[in-house]
Design a protein around this ligand. Structure first.
Ligand SMILES: C[S@@+](CC[C@H](N)C(=O)[O-])C[C@H]1O[C@@H](n2cnc3c(N)ncnc32)[C@H](O)[C@@H]1O
Length: 313
């Protein structure tokens, strides 16, 4: 089995993807206690180190390094601060890369990084990783194109160690019109789950900001992006449709029961299957949504890892 080390591992979306490819994840790390709890409830065999990545002095040697450092600084929804300290966490990834020198690495981040005012940060990451000794490629991929029932565009940065003499080729989309398979829709992903899972969804009222755009998609469609903030979680299709009243003002077409996706449905729509959510002290409702919304859809990460050349011993 080829080996991997994972940083910024969260509840294990990226790692579930590489485990499906056949990697043995030797070590994972995150600062969030509930991310660790969920990860270990699903992959008990991994050595999960809880804490700030900066406090890890030595990383095990491995053939693949993966890391999805946080993205608040670039995210479409959050306040964009290009020079926020959180945007420097890629230097921690570069520190691990320099030490481990794996044959390959994979990084995922929000696609907002390709916007003009953040491009310098992306370019800096590519430069730093190239200087460590990697041929680096970056591309924005949509999870829907790889069988996930959700529109989720993310940037992937993949490196192959210089001495391998190879360039990485991103995978070709497998799902969607004129491809091998149709898109996977909301019905297929969550249609078998209970209609009103009391206690498993964020039930506060829909405030003006929530109703400033269309938050609902029908059963036969792809889901809107699953986010980490439960307040902004898209509507379940059992909810009445939203109609536009005026610019940035939407209203339910008729009175009826309406709710956001539950955290369990969000995990399915991220392509996790039935993720185990342990009832630990850190496992508040909000935190369940946070770890799921932060995750990389496993099938998308799997597709990127499967496209790596076979350079493993
Ligand atoms: C985009 S999420 C990663 C999601 C994960 N790859 C997955 O697929 O589930 C970024 C993660 O970085 C973690 N993080 C932020 N700052 C950190 C730090 N200083 N040390 C370790 N982890 C950190 C966050 O808690 C969050 O879980």
């Amino acid at each position: 089995m080829p080996t991997a080390v994972s940083l910024f591992s969260g509840c294990g979306g990226s790692d579930a993807g590489i485990i499906r490819v056949g990697f043995d994840v030797l070590m994972a790390n995150d600062i969030l206690p509930y991310a660790r709890d969920v990860y270990l409830a699903n992959h008990a065999e991994t050595d999960y180190r809880l804490g700030d990545v900066a406090s890890i002095d030595t990383f095990p040697s491995a053939e693949l390094l993966v890391g999805c450092y946080p993205c608040q600084g670039f995210s479409q929804g959050g306040v964009r601060k290009p020079d926020n300290k959180i945007n420097k966490l890629y230097l921690e990834f570069a520190r691990a890369l320099t030490q481990v020198k794996p044959k390959s690495f994979i990084v995922e981040n929000v696609s907002g990084m390709v916007r003009k005012n953040f491009l310098h940060l992306l370019e800096d990451q590519i430069k730093v990783f190239s200087e460590v000794g990697y041929r680096v490629r970056a591309e924005v991929l949509n999870a829907a194109d790889f069988g996930v029932a959700q529109e989720r565009r993310r940037i992937f940065i993949v490196g192959l160690r210089e001495d391998l003499g190879l360039d990485y080729q991103f995978p070709t989309p497998t799902h969607g019109p004129d491809r091998g398979h149709p898109y996977c829709n909301i019905q297929q992903a969550i249609g078998d789950l209970p209609e009103w899972p009391e206690g498993e969804f964020y039930a506060r009222k829909f405030h003006w900001y929530y109703l400033s755009r269309d938050r609902r998609r029908d059963w036969g469609k792809l889901s809107k992006t699953i986010v980490a903030n439960p307040r902004h979680m898209p509507l379940h299709p059992m909810s009445p449709p939203l109609h536009k009243l005026e610019h940035n003002v939407w209203r339910f077409a008729y009175e009826g029961r309406a709710r956001r996706f539950s955290y369990r449905e969000a995990a399915r729509l991220q392509g996790f299957g039935d993720l185990v959510f342990p009832d630990t002290k850190a496992g508040s409702l909000d935190m369940r949504y946070t770890v799921v919304g932060n995750a990389v859809p496993p099938p998308l990460f799997e597709a990127v890892a499967r496209a790596l050349p076979d350079v493993w011993d």
